[in-house]
Design a protein around this ligand. Structure first.
Ligand SMILES: Nc1ncnc2c1ncn2[C@@H]1O[C@H](COP(=O)(O)OP(=O)(O)OP(=O)(O)O)[C@@H](O)[C@H]1O
Ligand SMILES: [Mg+2]
Length: 400
């Protein structure tokens, strides 16, 4: 990016207060002004690749642009020892040419960031560092399990709705945009625990290698403003806000003003996002009734709600086969499992199969599942632990 300038030089520096984030003003004057030329320092930044990216931590570029001398300094931005990102300062002579230079420089920098592919196809979140004097945040890269389509067991209609609203929408997005339709979209996934909302998000993230996935949890919602800025910066992006009921309770049920501020902030940010922003929002909840009606009723915030139901007979049979892995199940036993798991979640069946395998190994070994192992596993999951255990495992809907 700096190739177009002449006589450029990059030098490193050390300063006793560099953890505070150095500025030109501090460098030139002020009580703590003491800067020496020193080695260039780099940080290893995890971007999800096996080898981290080396990024210059602080340095000073000097050079000329059409005779105009300039200095550019990237330095860790921070307060009280907490890094809050990277600050970039430009120093130029006063006047028209200098102003033009710094404007051009920042425009190019912004473009370079949006063209950068470091986080494409990756899932990231912001980690807040709390401190009594202020907070900061850094980017954390998540390694999501790759989920294939055949691993997602949902009713045909649900899958078709998902396809149209995600893959289909992405395919049509450029054409829609050229006809002046909105490029952003909001989906709400709702359903009982363990029915595959998070699982499906992992599947979608695996399907969208060009997108950056931003994961927001209820605890990080204080950073929602930063998330929206990042989602715009790194678009096309998918922003996932899990358990949105925790932040978006009906206003009347809110106990503290703090939560209400966050909810308003979320709604405002969603509203305020430019129509051409290529951002897909996915909100999840298992308590849709608790969600502020404004969130669901206003198109443009949520365009489509998708229900994740408890699996029906066909779903339970598919799930049993999927999660039986290398265990062999006779058709009669499969029927029996399907009949006896009415009302359980997908996650329940996954756990049931693991227990079946363990009981089978303990009884006789071998890969062919016997009914005794199924009986023992169901007994343990549904009855031995009582109602709480049943609820915990996602078997609440079963009839004991
Ligand atoms: N529909 C499904 N198809 C295949 N596997 C599933 C499905 N639903 C759940 N599972 C399995 O159960 C695990 C837990 O489910 P998941 O975390 O997706 O539930 P959830 O709907 O997000 O629940 P919660 O509301 O508690 O967040 C998944 O990692 C996956 O292995
Ligand atoms: Mg979940």
């Amino acid at each position: 990016m700096l190739n177009r300038y002449t006589e450029t030089k990059l030098i490193g520096f050390v300063s006793p207060n560099s953890h505070e984030g150095l500025t030109f003003a501090q460098m030139i004057g002020g009580p703590h002004a003491h800067v020496d030329v020193g080695p260039l320092q780099y940080d290893d930044i995890d971007i999800g690749d096996p080898v981290p990216a080396r990024c210059l931590k602080n340095g000073l570029w000097m050079g000329h642009d059409k005779g105009l001398p300039f200095a550019i300094m990237p330095a860790p931005g921070g307060r009280f020892g907490f890094q809050t990102g990277v600050g970039v300062e430009v120093a130029v002579a006063i006047g028209e040419q200098g102003a033009q230079f710094s404007q051009d420089f920042f425009r190019q920098l912004e473009q370079a960031i949006s063209e950068g592919r470091s986080y494409r196809g990756r899932a990231i979140s912001l980690e807040a560092h709390h401190h009594m004097m202020g907070g900061g945040s850094s980017v954390k890269v998540h390694r999501l399990a790759k989920v294939n389509r055949e691993d997602v067991i949902l009713p045909q209609k649900t899958l078709a709705t998902l396809d149209r609203n995600v893959a289909g929408f992405m395919a049509a997005r450029d054409a829609l945009k050229s006809m002046r339709f909105q490029a952003r979209k909001g989906l709400l996934f709702y359903g009982p625990p363990g029915t595959g909302k998070t699982h499906t998000i992992h599947y979608l993230a695996s399907q969208l290698p060009d997108h950056t996935t931003l994961l927001v949890t209820a605890e990080q919602v204080g950073l929602i403003g930063e998330y929206f800025r990042l989602a715009r910066f790194l678009q096309p992006s998918m922003m996932v806000i899990e358990d949105v009921d925790l932040i978006a309770r009906e206003r009347t049920q809110m106990r503290t003003g703090f939560e209400e501020v966050l909810l308003n902030k979320l709604l405002n940010e969603m509203d305020g996002l430019r129509e051409d922003s290529e951002v897909l929002f996915i909100l999840t909840t298992n308590r849709p009734d608790q969600i502020e009606p404004a969130l669901v009723s206003r198109p443009g915030r949520i365009d489509q709600a998708i229900e994740f139901p408890l699996p029906d007979e066909e779903g339970r049979a598919k799930l049993t086969k999927l999660y039986a892995r290398d265990l062999q199940i006779s058709d009669e036993l499969l029927d029996l499992i399907v009949r006896r798991t009415k009302g359980v979640s997908a996650a329940f069946i996954k756990e049931l199969m693991r227990r079946c395998a363990q009981f089978q190994i303990e009884a006789s070994g071998g890969k062919l599942l016997a009914q005794a192992a199924v009986d023992a596993a169901l007994e343990e999951m549904l009855f031995a632990g009582g109602a709480l255990n049943r609820r915990l495992l996602g078997g609440e809907g079963t009839e004991p």
